[in-house]
Design a protein around this ligand. Structure first.
Ligand SMILES: Nc1ncnc2c1ncn2[C@@H]1O[C@H](COP(=O)(O)OP(=O)(O)O)[C@@H](O)[C@H]1O
Ligand SMILES: [Mg+2]
Length: 313
């Protein structure tokens, strides 16, 4: 990484440990269902956090299909990184399977995104070899080593970046489970339809299975791909919002061609406003503001708690 970020303190995040950590900014974006807009929302949130709020953001692509990587750079650039063994798979394979000491910041790529103002956006790209890596982890029973590696990465990244967004694939792979156990939060995009809601339910049951192993906290459900003209969508939207545990984000994101084309990287570059115009821009801006408010509120609460614990000692 060529930006001086690597000099940031790498130990502060774990000072408080577990749930009382001050910085809680690592978010796994997850739904066991595919096609609900996980990667699209990771892209939109990351670009908005950095372009409109000046945040330094790391996107970790944890999907073998590398969708969010392809949304953030040209195919040539992505293939080059994959050929140079500079992806999350190469980092994890070296650390976990070959037990080498590897500097994860070497796998962080700057200067990604086609949004002119998104200068503080960074990516660890993915590769289709990820599936084979996960198979190998299971075959060699290297789950504990994988978890230790992921935990260390997140602990360090937490202090270098304002936000770390992890784009998970559908399903519940070995690596996805690891992110979910060690990230601070998970966010679940969902379509307001039966199958996507089932995806959320499967995930909720999975979460309840081994509470002793730790799990991220729900930062909220984002209702995406809503069709304003569909009565069924409106019913599912209302039902999702009626479940307090979902912590649904305020705005639902409608199905729009603007968001669909946001996924296509434009080598010419564009402004944030050109990429996220009108209503879609408003929805993405609203989501991002709410995400910041939710994470900052928790950090403010933790600071107050810490202060009162300190003064009572
Ligand atoms: N709000 C939206 N409006 C229109 N198209 C969308 C929207 N959200 C996502 N899409 C499109 O839906 C498809 C699936 O989105 P994607 O982000 O890849 O889902 P996932 O990561 O959950 O599999 C993509 O073609 C994407 O461009
Ligand atoms: Mg995806």
């Amino acid at each position: 990484m060529n930006d001086g970020l690597s000099g940031a303190r790498s130990d502060a995040g774990s000072v408080l440990g577990g749930r009382r950590r001050m910085k809680r900014n690592t978010i796994a974006v997850m739904n066991t269902k595919g096609g609900v807009g996980k990667s699209t929302l990771v892209l939109a949130l990351a670009e908005t956090l950095t372009a409109l709020h000046g945040k330094t953001v790391l996107v970790i692509d944890s999907d073998a299909q590398a969708s969010v990587s392809a949304m953030l750079m040209t195919p040539n650039h992505l293939h080059k990184l994959q050929n140079e063994a500079a992806t999350i798979v190469d980092f994890l394979a070296a650390s976990v399977l070959k037990t080498q000491t590897v500097d994860w910041t070497k796998f962080v790529v700057g200067n990604v995104s086609d949004v002119d103002d998104a200068r503080r956006l960074y990516l660890i790209p993915s590769d289709m070899q990820l599936t084979l890596f996960e198979r190998e982890v299971s075959r060699e029973s290297q789950h504990a080593a994988l978890r230790a590696t992921v935990r260390k990465l997140l602990e360090a990244a937490r202090n270098i970046f304002d936000y770390v967004l992890i784009d998970c694939p559908p399903g519940l792979s070995v690596l996805t489970e690891t992110w979910l156990r060690d990230a601070d939060w998970y966010m679940s995009p969902t379509k307001p339809d039966y199958v996507s809601v089932c995806g959320l339910e499967v995930f909720r049951r999975f979460r309840a299975l081994n509470p002793e192993m730790g799990f991220a906290e729900n930062i909220g459900v984002v209702i995406n791909l809503a069709d304003a003209a569909s009565a069924a969508d409106r019913d599912y939207d209302a039902w999702l919002r009626s479940q307090a545990d979902n912590r649904c984000f305020g705005p639902s994101v409608f199905r729009t061609s603007a968001l669909q084309s946001a996924a296509l990287y434009s080598a010419d570059g564009r402004s944030w406003l050109a990429k996220y115009p009108g209503n879609v821009g408003q929805a993405v801006r609203g989501l991002t503001e709410e995400l910041i408010a939710r994470t900052e509120q928790v950090q403010a609460d933790a600071a107050v708690q810490l202060k009162s614990t300190g003064s009572s000692n």
